[in-house]
Design a protein around this ligand. Structure first.
Ligand code: ZN
Length: 502
């Protein structure tokens, strides 16, 4: 899968990414504060039939992955009736660092007073404005233990937050929905239905009414929480959904979060096709840099990018099996997320790449050595090009490329164009005009024909390379383009004729 990096140069307003889904509905993603420490992705999904709007906050506490991974999966839902607004990572700096809070507890900042100097204030403003659109609200968490009505043990008792659905009141009149709602009845019913999906009784959810709206409440602090704010300011049913940090795996947490959300959707009349409950381990394919404002460099994890002092480098995109929740941290420089920031190279540095809190790769920036390969000379359809080591070329339909040499001139250099076998047995692919149709798709990235790899060896050791992207073939940068199928009669005829001439 290709990951497109959605470039956004404005801090507050950005990307609209409309996708028409198979259910005939629309999904839109918008990312606020893109590339900053406070990146805020907001996904909107609308069903064809009118219905209520459910707002879901994941990751308000950065060390609660059951919430933020499950809300990402939830965004794969196909809605027929109703609307969803999903914010998978409310607290992006917390999520990146796996810390509950960075600038204080975000779930105590839902009050009318403003915090002008609070770094979270921009995010809070967006979150509060989303609440105005919502009819129902869920705030996702993970917490320790298992909530039970009666004391059973240290880990199973009325004081534990894990595996619970929490409300702030019992009966109330929802001005938004125009009817009275008994949140205790509704909540208990949702919990009972959710527990039917759970095999082991020890993992069952409990129900908890904090009654934080009462004057004598034991939970005064909760009057600054997001659910309280949604209930009191916007008069909508609001639920704190907590899975247990003591569940054995992240997959358990994700599944249990989704079971509960499904039953909340059922309770409020949504019609939908639910996404499958699978969790993919995040994988980094490669990282794209822009060097000195112009050149593209693409490297895998654990690569040394060699540079000259004064070279400017910017992380432009991270390609992996996830498109969002990605960050790049240049250690001992910048802030938590250094995507899109221009770094001036002086001495060795390291960049760590993450999907949410999970490290997915690292790249080292190092000074050139005497024998470092710096540039590659490529003839692209008759045009002489000089690309940096680990660069990339695009080939339009019918164009060829030919590797002419490297700079500095080095001895013992051999080029291997992966997937090129017009001259079987020949071990150096330099100096040959190579067309996309000469390349075997099996050797391309994910066998899709969109990205091929050229490797350059010096005395048998990998010294560099570049990517070849035939834009007329396969899928490249998200654009489905007409595919030239290898294995056709013309393809094989061409290969046979060309081979006989060599
Ligand atoms: Zn929490």
């Amino acid at each position: 899968m290709k990951i497109s990096r959605l470039i956004c140069s404005f801090l507050f307003l950005l990307i609209l990414l409309p996708l028409v889904t198979g259910f005939g509905l629309e999904m839109k993603g918008r990312c606020y504060f893109k590339g900053s420490d406070h990146e805020l992705e907001v996904i909107r999904i609308s069903g064809r039939k009118p219905g209520l709007t459910l707002l879901v906050f994941g990751g308000i506490h950065g060390d609660e992955p059951g919430g933020y991974f499950s809300s990402e999966i939830l965004s794969g839902i196909k809605l027929e009736r109703g609307n969803l607004i999903i914010v998978p990572r409310v607290n992006f700096p917390g999520v990146m660092t796996n810390r509950r809070e960075i600038y204080g507890d975000m779930n105590r900042k839902f009050i009318d007073r403003e915090y002008p100097d609070d770094p979270d204030s921009g995010v809070l403003e967006v979150l509060k404005s989303l609440m105005r659109e919502a009819d129902i609200f869920i705030n996702q968490h993970d917490a320790y233990g298992f909530h039970r009505d009666k004391y059973i043990s240290k880990n199973y008792n009325p004081y534990r937050y894990g595996q619970s659905l929490i409300v702030d009141t019992g009966k109330f009149y929802s001005k938004k929905l125009g009817r009275e709602i008994n949140l205790v009845e509704v909540g208990r019913r949702i919990v009972d239905r959710t527990n039917k999906h759970i095999k082991k009784k020890k993992y069952y959810f409990g129900f908890w009414n904090h009654n934080s709206v009462a004057e004598n409440t034991k939970f005064v602090e909760m009057q600054k929480s997001a659910t309280y704010y949604a209930l009191v300011r916007h008069s909508i049913p609001a639920f704190g959904l907590e899975t247990s940090k003591d569940l054995p795996t992240l997959t358990h947490k994700i599944r249990h979060q989704l079971f509960m959300i499904k039953e909340i959707l059922n309770e409020f009349g949504f019609e939908y096709r639910f996404p499958s409950f699978s969790f993919k381990q995040p994988v980094l394919y490669w990282v794209e840099f822009i060097k000195n404002g112009a050149d593209i460099i693409r490297v895998n994890s654990n690569t040394n990018v060699r540079l000259a002092a004064g070279d400017r480098l910017k992380v432009n995109a991270v390609f992996g099996n996830y498109e969002t929740g990605l960050s790049a941290d240049i250690l001992k420089w910048g802030s938590l997320n250094d995507m899109d920031k221009e770094f001036i190279f002086r001495k060795t540095a390291r960049i760590i790449f993450k999907k949410n809190q999970l490290k997915i790769g690292r790249v080292n920036l190092r000074p050139y050595l005497d024998g470092s390969l710096r540039e590659i000379l490529v003839d692209v359809n008759g045009e002489e090009r000089v690309i940096p080591n680990w660069g990339k070329i695009d080939l339009a339909g019918g164009q060829y490329f030919k590797i002419e040499g490297v700079r500095p001139v080095l001895k013992g250099v051999k080029v291997d164009v992966r997937g090129f076998s017009l001259r079987p047995g020949k071990r150096d692919d330099a100096g040959i005009e190579i067309y996309p149709r000469d390349l075997i798709e099996k050797y391309s990235f994910q066998k899709k024909g969109g990205v091929y790899f050229v490797k350059i060896y010096r005395s048998g050791v990998l010294a560099g390379g570049f990517q070849v992207c035939p834009v007329a073939r396969g899928t490249y940068e998200g654009q489905p383009i007409e595919k030239v199928q290898p294995g056709t009669f013309h393809h094989w005829l061409y290969r046979a004729i060309t081979a006989s001439h060599l």
